[in-house]
Design a protein around this ligand. Sequence first.
Ligand SMILES: Nc1ncnc2c1ncn2[C@@H]1O[C@H](COP(=O)(O)OP(=O)(O)OP(=O)(O)O)[C@@H](O)[C@H]1O
Ligand SMILES: [Mg+2]
Length: 346
Amino acid sequence: MSLADEILSVRNIYKVFGPQPKLAMDMLGQGADKNEIFNKTGQVVGVFDATFSVMRGEIFVIMGLSGSGKSTMVRLFNRLIEPTSGTIHLNGKEITGLSDEALLDVRRKDMSMVFQSFALMPHMSVLDNAAFGLEVSGVGQEERHARARDALKQVGLTGHEYSYPHQLSGGMQQRVGLARALANDPAILLMDEAFSALDPLIRSEMQGELIRLQAEQHRTIIFISHDIEEAIRIGHRIAIMEGGRVVQIGSPQELLCNPVNDYVRAFFKGFDASKILRAGDVARISDEYPRHDDRARPTLRADSPLQDVLHIVANEPHPVAVLDKQGVFKGTISKSQLLQTMSRHS
Ligand SMILES: Nc1ncnc2c1ncn2[C@@H]1O[C@H](COP(=O)(O)OP(=O)(O)OP(=O)(O)O)[C@@H](O)[C@H]1O
Ligand SMILES: [Mg+2]
C-alpha cells in the first residue's frame, strides 16, 4: 500500500487524564511507565506515543485488555477527547487543532461512531432512529428518511421501519445503530466494542454482515475488540495496545508468527493456528526439498489455508513443495514443521 492510501495518520499522540498532564509527560520522557506515574502523581496515561496509519478501505482492529487505551484512542480520532500532544491527520488535513465548528463537520461527514450500547431512542421508530444522526445535522425530513431507508436496507432491516426498539432483538437493535452510522455515509466508521453485548450466534452473524458491507463499499472501518477470534475474523490489520501503548501492528498471520512480546503471544494462546495461517506462512527452504522431476507428487499453493492442506502433508512420506501463484518454489512443509507450528500456538 502506498502512502496515498493513508486515510488517518496518527503521529506521537499522548493522552494524559488528570489536572497535571505536563508532570506526567515529563515523567514519561524520563522513561516512567503508566503504573509508576499513576502511583506517584495520580495522573492516568490513557494513550502513550501512538504513531501509525490507517489505510483507506481497510478494517483496522484495535485490540487490548481492559484499560489498555482502546476507547481513548478512538475518541481521540473524532476528538471527543483532546490529545495532550501529537497530531492526527484525516485525508491529509490536520484535525487536531480544528475549531469546534470545523470539528462538528468532521463528525458529521467523516467519522461515525457505533457504540456497544446501541444508544437508540426508545420513543422513536426504527426509521427515525436510523435518521437521527442526520436530523441532528439538520438534514431535511425527506432526504434523511430516504437515506435512513437505504441504510436500513443495507443492514437487512427493510420492513421494520415503523417498529420501535423494544420490539427488536438485540442483534436487530445493533443493526439500527449501524444503519444510523451508515446513513451519514462516513469516510470512516468507528466501532467501539459494537458487537460485544450480543449473543455469540448473533455476534457472529453481525461480523459476517460487517465483512460483507465492507467488501461491497470498501469503507474504512476502525473496530475495537478484546476478542481475538473477532479481531482475526474481521481485521485486515490488528493493532495491539498494552498500557496505553500500541505495541504491535500487523496482519493476524504476522502477529501470530512473530509476536513482539508475551502480551501479544498470550492473545493467541489456544487459538487454532491452522485457521489463519496459509501454506506459505509455514513453508521453509530446506535440504530435504523433493526432487522436482517427481511430477506425481502433490504441491501446495502458498495462499491455501493451512487447514485445507493439513491432510495432504500428513499423508505424504516426504516434505511437500509449496509454490506461489506463478508456480515459483517457496519452500516445503514437512510433518514435523506442521507439528511444531500447531504446538507452538496451542
Ligand atoms: N475520562 C477519564 N478520566 C480519567 N481516566 C480515564 C478517563 N477515560 C479513560 N481513563 C483511563 O484511561 C485508561 C484507558 O481507558 P480506556 O477506556 O481507553 O480503556 P479500554 O482499552 O477502552 O478498556 P475497556 O476494554 O475496558 O473498554 C484507563 O486506565 C482508564 O481508567
Ligand atoms: Mg473501551
